[in-house]
Design a protein around this ligand. Structure first.
Ligand code: UDP
Ligand code: MG
Length: 331
């Protein structure tokens, strides 16, 4: 695509972001002025409890490029992004945060690379994470390394978030994926196609607070890891072989001792260590199996990833949301 007649969709999940939305739109108007008439802005309201919905509705009244996908409750950022991808109509889609941590100006660079025709995905790489706490940087770095070590097929580019430009082809591929557990970064990487990274400095949040505490991040990391690797499940056969080998040697030692030196009663310490050690190992491995079964349970139930309360905006009316048009087709 080498002309300028393409349409670009920004997909923006919002959860309790009433004070960020207007600043976001102003920054888009300002920094993406060259793409002004080609933009569609899809806000996905992820069950906010503040005035987020009203603020987006006011934006719709002023600006026909704005669409609101209003979810029935808080489904989480990954689900909200998925809903946004289904609504987006553009030839390319840019998922981004509303807090201006993903600098809109960078999108011009994404577009330039995409328009060169050499790439289907252009992702941002955070080179300077000084806006994040040292703890967050450390754990994030560790996660990417661990993920890539365990996942044999899908490799995550280090320090890349969801902020990227994806071509319609890739969007359609992602929309086909049926899974309920949607670790978007992983799904984008899984799809492959030709991709390239653009380094940028990630600024601090414009207003409000992060919606992710460490417990949420831990569960997010676990979801990502377990949906892209079965290694944590399989490693226990090897642990089992190792423990059995050690146990066998120890048994040989005890038997020889008994035969040559008679029965030696004291043994409280060694008995306790073995019992506790093996008990611990068994509980851990059971727990890991539980993690997978829990996720399989979620997948098997086949509940939808999100529920839409309604889709609002000029552009939405012209194009009919996916879910509704599908139902009408079946009726
Ligand atoms: N978000 C969401 N649903 C949630 C949590 C967050 O839609 O349950 C949105 C949030 O409004 C923001 C984006 O996801 O636009 C990123 O959130 P945040 O800035 O809190 O994450 P961080 O940048 O701290 O990783
Ligand atoms: Mg943020």
């Amino acid at each position: 695509m080498s002309n300028t007649s393409f349409r670009l969709s920004l997909v923006v999940p919002v959860y309790n972001e009433e004070e960020s939305i207007d600043a976001f739109i102003a920054a888009i108007d300002d920094e993406l002025a060259p793409l002004k008439d080609q933009l569609e802005i899809v806000f996905v309201n992820d069950g906010s409890r503040d005035r987020t919905r009203e603020v987006v509705e006011q934006a719709i009244a002023r600006d026909p490029r704005v669409t609101l996908v209003n979810l029935a409750r808080n489904f989480g950022k990954e689900a909200a992004l998925t809903a946004g991808l289904h609504q987006a109509q553009g030839d390319a889609v840019v998922p981004m945060d509303v807090d201006l941590q993903d600098p809109p100006a960078l999108i011009l660079e994404f577009v330039k690379l995409w328009q060169s025709g050499d790439y289907d995905t252009v992702y941002g790489i955070r080179v300077d994470r000084s806006a994040d706490t040292p703890m967050k940087r450390l754990t994030a770095g560790g996660f990417y390394r661990f993920f890539n070590a365990l996942s044999s097929q899908t490799k995550l580019p280090e320090n890349a978030g969801d902020f990227r430009l994806i071509d319609r082809r890739v969007v359609e591929a992602i929309k086909q994926l049926p899974e309920r557990n949607r670790f978007m970064k992983g799904l984008f990487a899984w799809a492959g196609f030709r991709s390239v990274g653009v380094p940028y400095e990630r600024p601090a949040r414009h207003a409000g607070e992060t919606k992710f505490n460490y417990w949420k991040l831990w569960n997010f990391a676990l979801d990502g890891l377990l949906s892209f690797s079965s290694w944590p499940l399989r490693v226990w056969s090897y642990v089992g072989v190792g423990v059995s080998a050690v146990a066998f040697l120890y048994i040989l030692k005890i038997i020889t001792q008994v035969i040559f030196f008679g029965i030696d009663v004291p043994g409280y310490a060694s008995l306790m260590s073995v019992v506790l050690f093996l008990g611990g190992i068994q509980l851990i491995s059971l727990g890991i199996i539980g993690e997978y079964i829990g996720r399989m349970f979620v997948e098997v139930k086949q509940r939808p990833v999100y529920l839409i309360e309604g889709v609002y905006g000029e552009y939405a009316r012209r194009t009919e949301p996916q879910a509704q048009s599908k139902e009408q087709g079946e009726a």
